[in-house]
Design a protein around this ligand. Structure first.
Ligand code: AGP
Length: 619
């Protein structure tokens, strides 16, 4: 997590740093800070809390200079505080840096450096890096070298060789105010190339509007940047020619419009984002789906006899829906793996196994590691990703973009429905390659095409959901229960509630409840039953009755016109009736709204929930 930025060139340095930090705030918002270097030295401004607090500080105490670095923090080592905020200073202030990542051996480095007389002022792992760079710089000076670009580079390179863990780094040197050294290992970093200026950022979003020419750093690479030059180095193999790419399709559509929160805006974007996920991917004549970026021949695709979907959090829930769809329509065995587990497991996978990493951000550390592990074993490894140019999108063998636009709210909403839409398209595609009939393909397409309109209609539940939220906002425990395609939706509904309202919630397959969770049911524990019309509707109703028999309040998500449910449940939210495999797209919507309104009632920060960050770039 954490976002870093840097700038060197003729512009107002803090303007870019602040704008960039605003755009990267999704990566963490525990604190924010900048350091700006000029001939007079390096000035630091930092403050606990949001970037807006840093902006206010900079109004009171402005800084200007030749180069600068900035940071927005998601705390890993040390509580959120002014002191633990980045940038951090090494030695006696001769080195100042910002860091995204985790240094696993910081404790032993700290002890060694303290032994050498370095004074630690913070609880962070990052401070050890700053002192180490200062130390290696000092060692060279003791041997008679000057402080110049080469000695600074050597100091950073020697430091990196002693670090265990992950880092995206940007370093300033007091004696060389027109130099930034940036380095990457495991945490993303991109350099924007302008005319007589360079930009550094954790992802490409801060660069939009400033430059569209970018160089993505690979692991173990360093960029040595002055206003008119950049040298790219591999830490071990030496110099490499930077390959400058043109940035396209990165959207910074982060305007809230008339909405009070990004989460609500993104919930309302879903008819449009589902349409975007479908656009250009339906082949009516062949009754199938088509993709531009799978990068595998029809023959290679036909050989696939197993699919592994790997992801974290909400993206993992979308994967579960995908498992059900792919197995039903494509008849391919599918496994859905937590990326954090898969990266350290070694399940047998033949060369006929295809892997999809599902990720909104394209930067989730565990998903990236799991994907790399699969690639290492020679498996075709593709991404279902929203963020263009993200590390996972770039490293995958191919993939499918969601085209959902930036998702800012920490609670993922539109990305989930877009992921499910793309997985539905893949089910159709693989199904038609195997045993799905032309007529069935046609029907699938017809159903998919209707979804944007169906979701628009579903959003009409908003007022009803508001009332339900008000009634149950005081509860401290919730159960979310659904079966088959609605089991992953139950998990997703519970996750949404937990992350933004801090209420304990558990998602379960409805019938599994009898094997333990039913003990939680009492008059204070609402159960949200997702019970649209399906082949096992009556079975879910039996599960619902079991809860009612134990005095548990029931909120049902059911199909319009279902009179039976109205008699059984305490509250019903009616949604349009669609085919079972597309129900997750519909039933997820009222659950997103329910968590949103419950969180509002409880006075929670909906878009920036405590302890979380949008993009989990640490393990
Ligand atoms: C969902 O609301 C969460 N914020 C979280 O579970 C998220 O889905 C997860 O961290 C995965 O992120 P990704 O899709 O960007 O990889």
């Amino acid at each position: 997590m954490c976002g870093i930025v840097g700038y060197i060139g003729p512009r107002d340095v803090t303007h870019f740093l602040l704008e960039g930090l605003h755009r990267l705030e999704y990566r963490g918002y525990d604190s924010a800070g900048v350091a700006v270097s000029s001939l007079g030295g390096i000035e630091i401004r930092k403050r606990e809390g949001r970037v807006s607090r840093l902006a206010a500080l900079l109004e009171e105490q402005p800084v200007s200079g030749l180069a600068g670095i900035g940071h927005t923090r998601w705390a890993t080592h040390g509580v959120p505080s002014d002191t633990n905020s980045h940038p951090h200073t090494g030695g006696n202030g001769e080195v100042v840096l910002v860091h995204n990542g985790v240094i696993e051996n910081y404790d032993s480095l700290r002890t060694q450096l303290q032994g050498l007389g370095y004074v630690f002022r913070t609880e962070t792992d990052t401070e050890a890096i700053a002192h180490l760079v200062a130390h290696h710089l000092g060692e060279q000076i003791k041997l008679g070298s000057d402080i110049n670009k080469d000695t600074c580079l050597k100091a950073v390179t020697l430091t990196l060789g002693r670090l265990k863990g992950t880092y995206g780094l940007a370093v300033l040197f007091r004696e060389l105010p027109d130099l930034i050294i940036a380095a990457r290992n495991g945490s993303p970093l991109v350099v924007g190339v302008g005319k007589g200026e360079y930009f550094v950022a954790s992802d490409a979003s801060p660069l939009v509007g400033f430059t569209d020419q970018v160089v993505y750093l690979d692991d173990h690479e360093l960029a040595v940047i002055t206003a008119d030059n950049m040298d790219l180095q591999h830490r071990e193999t030496g110099e490499r020619a930077p390959s400058v790419q043109t940035l396209d399709q990165v959207s910074t559509d982060t305007d809230l419009g008339d909405f009070e929160h990004y989460m609500l805006k993104e919930i309302y974007e879903q008819p449009h984002t589902i349409e975007n996920a479908l656009r250009g991917r339906l082949d009516d004549d062949e009754a199938t789906a088509k993709f531009g970026g799978l990068n595998l021949s029809a023959q290679e695709l036909r050989r696939i006899d197993r699919i592994v979907l790997t992801a974290c959090g909400t993206s993992w829930h979308a994967g579960l829906v995908g498992e059900y769809m792919l197995e039903e329509f494509a008849r391919v065995p599918v496994e859905v793996e937590y990326a954090s587990e898969l990266r350290y497991r070694n399940p047998p996978m033949s060369d006929r196994t295809m892997v999809f990493a599902i990720t909104q951000s394209g930067e989730t550390a565990d998903t990236l590691a799991a994907m790399r592990e699969c690639k290492r074993k020679g498996l075709p490894t593709l991404a279902i990703c929203n963020t263009v140019g993200s590390t996972i999108a770039r490293e995958a063998d191919g993939g499918v973009y969601l085209h959902a636009g930036p998702e800012i709210g920490v609670a993922s909403t539109k990305a989930f429905t877009s992921q499910v839409t793309v997985l539905a398209l893949l089910s159709l595609f693989f199904g038609r390659m195997r045993n799905l009939s032309y007529q069935a393909g046609k029907r699938f397409i017809y159903n998919l095409k209707s979804m944007p309109e169906v979701i628009t209609k579903t959003l009409e539940v908003h007022e009803k959901v508001k009332h339900v939220a008000e009634k149950y906002a005081h509860a401290n425990n919730f159960l979310y229960l659904g079966r088959l395609y609605n089991f992953p939706v139950a998990l997703e509904g519970a996750l949404k509630l937990k992350e933004i309202s801090y209420i304990h919630a558990e998602g379960y397959p409805a019938a599994e409840m009898k094997h333990g969770p039913i003990a939680l049911v009492d008059e204070n524990t609402p159960s949200v039953f997702i019970v649209p019309k399906s082949g096992i509707y009556s079975k879910v109703i039996s599960n619902l009755e079991e809860v009612k028999a134990r005095k548990g309040p029931v909120i049902a998500i059911a199909c319009e016109g279902d009179e039976k449910i109205a008699k059984l449940a305490d509250d019903v939210i009616f949604v349009p009736d669609v085919e079972e495999y597309l129900q997750p797209l519909v039933t997820a919507v009222p659950l997103q709204l329910l968590s949103y309104h419950i969180a509002l009632h409880r006075g929670c920060n909906v878009d920036r929930p405590r302890n979380l960050a949008k993009s989990v770039t640490v393990e």
